[in-house]
Design a binder for this molecule. Structure first.
Ligand code: ZN
Length: 416
């Protein structure tokens, strides 16, 4: 099939809300197939990933208001994931980028771009279906080293695995090895951006660290070493790398980011999951130096944020567009694990006066929703709506369909 024809087919599939690539997907190299698999059996495991979870002030305020008089904000944060939790729970592994420390309180002076969130958020993320928190991002040290240490403890207490940061350099670069349904994943996370960081801090490898592709000397050497170490393991089938990189609000990756992607793939990554730009960027296949084909999702956009706040029935507001990347891996018998399916579920962070089922409008409902599901529900309701209701529903429907189309365009799959 020609490239143009293939794109057309992919485009048609994407109209249904899922951008999928079946059949032409690459087969990540597997050094040694799991001994757990029998010679006939086919095993399948799903890995999902979303972009940034940004604990902006308005989100924390809404959670606090919802939790009433209690200091325990767990219930307040649960509303954040009320529309996506049933979907997230379907996956064997679900990763999110925790863009800010989880602490009991702020340790640094309040500033617009200095983040932190109370521990209730960690519990809510786990109850929503997430299993792995990515901490390699530019906000990891917003509350200093003490804040990072506390974040690790709160996330682990909430039964979330943590990657990309640790109590020392070895822990930050070690990554996670986890087996799901007989497929063994190795996950490493790094960032090319880090606020409140200094060379002095980097030298103290025995202290809390973030795996950092720093911009001086042999940039990236530590990151590439961590990925190579994961690739070399005989108990890992698939190497997944989380990359926090590129520029805010850029809808295409820079030449520098593309060069990093290639080096990361050459070092052993089968899949790269990117974030930080706050908007969606393209999806590409690259070929590694050893011939493997690897998938690069340059940016999944924001999953939860208060960026572009307000009620916009027909605005694009790209910082509120996102996607759940669904990666399905399979292996037949003792063959190599292959990436059998890639799909994206479009999300939209809605800002409504209240969440469904709530009677009080004392706090806002800021939460990601599954666009495809809302489109289907609106279409069904339109059938029985009166004239006024139909007008309002048509406006919502047009906005959602436009956003779905934009997400499809942004996540257009390109062959390199
Ligand atoms: Zn970031």
């Amino acid at each position: 099939m020609s490239k143009a024809a293939r794109r057309l087919v992919l485009g048609l599939i994407a109209v249904l809300g899922v951008l999928a690539c079946a059949g032409g997907a690459p087969a990540p190299a597997s050094p040694t197939p799991s001994t757990a698999a029998s010679s006939e059996q086919t095993v399948t495991a799903t890995l999902a990933a979303v972009g940034d979870v940004l604990p902006h002030h308005a989100i924390k305020e809404a959670a606090r208001a919802r939790s009433g008089q209690s200091n325990d904000t767990d219930m307040g944060f649960d509303a954040l994931f009320s529309d996506v939790a049933d979907q997230l729970k379907k996956y064997d592994l679900a990763l999110f980028n925790m863009e800010g420390p989880i602490t009991e309180r702020a340790y640094t002076p309040a500033a617009p771009l200095v983040f932190w969130a109370p521990p209730g958020l960690a519990g809510a993320l786990h109850r929503a279906g997430f299993s792995v928190a990515i901490l390699a991002n530019n906000h990891a040290l917003d509350q200093g080293k003490q804040g990072l240490v506390e974040t690790l403890a709160h996330l682990r207490q909430a039964r979330l695995a943590v990657i990309g940061a640790g109590a020392n350099f070895a822990e930050a670069s070690r990554g996670l090895i986890i087996e799901k349904k007989g497929i063994r994943f190795g996950v490493v996370a790094f960032t090319t951006l880090l606020n409140a960081y200094s060379r002095q801090m980097r030298r103290q490898t025995g202290e809390p660290q973030v795996l950092f592709w720093h911009g001086w000397g042999d940039a990236g050497a530590e990151v590439l070493a961590a990925i190579k170490a994961m690739r070399a393991r005989t108990d890992v089938d698939v190497v997944v790398v989380s990359a926090h990189w590129d520029a805010e609000d850029a809808t295409r990756p820079s030449t520098y980011t593309r060069a990093i992607a290639q080096r990361v793939i050459d070092a052993g990554a089968d899949v790269i999951i990117g974030h930080h730009p706050h908007v969606l960027q393209p999806v590409e296949y690259h070929t590694a130096a050893d011939g493997r084909r690897a998938l690069v999702i340059y940016s999944l956009g924001n999953f939860v944020s208060n960026m572009c706040p307000g009620f916009y029935p027909s605005s694009t507001c790209e910082e509120r567009l996102g996607a759940i990347a669904e990666l399905t891996f399979s292996r037949r018998g003792r063959e190599r694990v292959r990436l059998a399916r890639v799909a994206f579920l479009p999300t939209w962070t809605e800002h409504e006066p209240r969440c469904p089922g709530e009677t009080r409008a004392a706090y806002r409902c800021i939460r990601p929703i599954l666009l495809e599901r809302r489109i289907q529900i609106t279409q069904q309701r339109l059938a029985t709506a009166d004239r006024t209701g139909a007008r309002e529903m048509n406006a919502v429907l047009r906005g959602d369909e436009m956003r779905r189309e934009l997400i499809r365009q942004r996540l257009q799959l390109n062959d390199q």
